[in-house]
Design a protein around this ligand. Structure first.
Ligand SMILES: Cc1cc2nc3c(=O)[nH]c(=O)nc-3n(C[C@H](O)[C@H](O)[C@H](O)COP(=O)(O)OP(=O)(O)OC[C@H]3O[C@@H](n4cnc5c(N)ncnc54)[C@H](O)[C@@H]3O)c2cc1C
Length: 313
């Protein structure tokens, strides 16, 4: 097969397929149909994704605030434990209720993005990274880094720490707002409550399986309480659902190992990692992935371009 193969039809894989157009004849996706893996809040820092793929994004004013629970230190540590499973001061509960500009994709973004892809989709096909494929075509992989390390036989594996999440979503009648409230208190299962247009999202990070079951059973009361915290009345909340997110919170690993692996995979195996989970960058947004696709494209057409030291031989 000639051309670039993309593995994974999540948003990063679709973005690559869309940007690479005829250079990417095939997108392989393990799921049986076009996945909607992302159920948390989705906002963009800029209009770059929309501009690049020709899907207009809406510019909005968004507001973020913290529900003050105790004192600033207790709020930070409690929020960190709720979301990361450890008391650290890395977590940000510094939202100061200021308004900032954000960009919002249309509701049918994934379907529209998939339509901009020129290559073929193969659903229900798990790419094996077997010897048969190695080197025959360059591969852009969006599968999570721990799985790719395993598949390619990389031995220097760091300890990958991550938390599963459950996102409770609902519709709010007569609503067009953009806001997030961070909730450090233990008494409430959600860590962040957000409204995007008329969509309510409560992001929960259960500490145990038992807690996960409880959250799913209690999704309606949790959505109602979340609504109340944002000033939304229970009677205006409809269509409550929940969805699990396996890598809801990923914690940083040693950056040198991370980079060594990415460079080795692209140099030695012609497998190019793309996306938040594939490159294990906890804060990566799709905005950043646009530039990453361009870098990968350059690297594939001129392998020495990204690592000039390699050219010296
Ligand atoms: C809580 C949270 C909030 C976020 N907020 C934002 C935000 O506001 N803005 C933003 O831009 N981003 C945000 N993100 C990041 C965003 O979710 C991801 O960047 C985006 O979903 C892209 O994911 P992906 O395509 O890299 O991976 P995935 O969606 O995980 O896609 C990978 C795909 O690969 C498939 N796959 C796996 N193994 C194989 C295989 N062997 N063969 C074939 N297919 C395979 C899987 O089935 C899956 O569909 C957030 C993420 C989280 C967790």
């Amino acid at each position: 097969m000639s051309g670039i193969v993309v593995v994974g039809a999540g948003m990063a894989g679709l973005l690559a397929g869309s940007m690479l157009r005829k250079d990417c004849p095939l997108i392989l996706e393990a799921r049986e149909r076009l996945p909607h893996n992302h159920s948390a809040v989705l906002r963009f820092r800029s209009s770059i994704v929309g501009d690049t793929v020709g899907i207009p994004f809406r510019k909005v004013q968004a507001i973020k605030a913290v529900e003050r629970w105790s004192n600033p230190i207790a709020d930070t540590l409690s929020y960190s434990m709720k979301t990361n499973g450890a008391y650290t001061i890395r977590s940000s509960v510094t939202a100061d209720a200021k308004v900032s500009e954000r960009y919002i994709a249309p509701e049918d973004f994934i379907a529209r993005l998939a339509r901009t892809v020129q290559g073929e989709f193969a659903f229900g096909k798990k790419f094996s990274f077997s010897d048969r494929w190695r080197g025959s075509s360059p591969v852009i992989s969006t599968i999570p880094m721990p799985h790719l390390m395993e598949a390619l036989g990389w031995e220097e594996k760091p300890e990958f720490k991550y938390k599963k999440g459950i996102n409770i979503t609902a519709k709010i009648t007569d609503c067009d707002a953009y806001c997030s409230l961070y909730c450090p208190g233990y008494h409430f299962q959600g860590s962040r409550i957000s409204i995007t247009g008329d969509n309510l999202v409560v992001e929960c990070y259960p500490a145990t399986e038992k807690e996960a079951i409880l959250i799913k059973e209690q999704m309606e009361p949790i959505a109602s309480e979340a609504g109340r915290k944002l000033g939304v009345r229970e009677m205006h909340i409809t269509d409550v659902k929940c969805q699990e997110q396996p890598y809801a919170k990923i914690l940083p690993i040693d950056n040198r190992i991370r980079q060594r692996f990415i460079i080795w995979a692209s140099d030695e195996k012609r497998v190019y990692a793309l996306g938040r989970f594939a490159t294990w960058r906890p804060t990566l947004l799709l905005d950043d992935a646009v530039n990453d696709v361009r870098q990968i494209q350059k690297l594939i057409s001129d392998p020495g371009s990204a690592y000039p030291h390699k050219k010296k031989g």
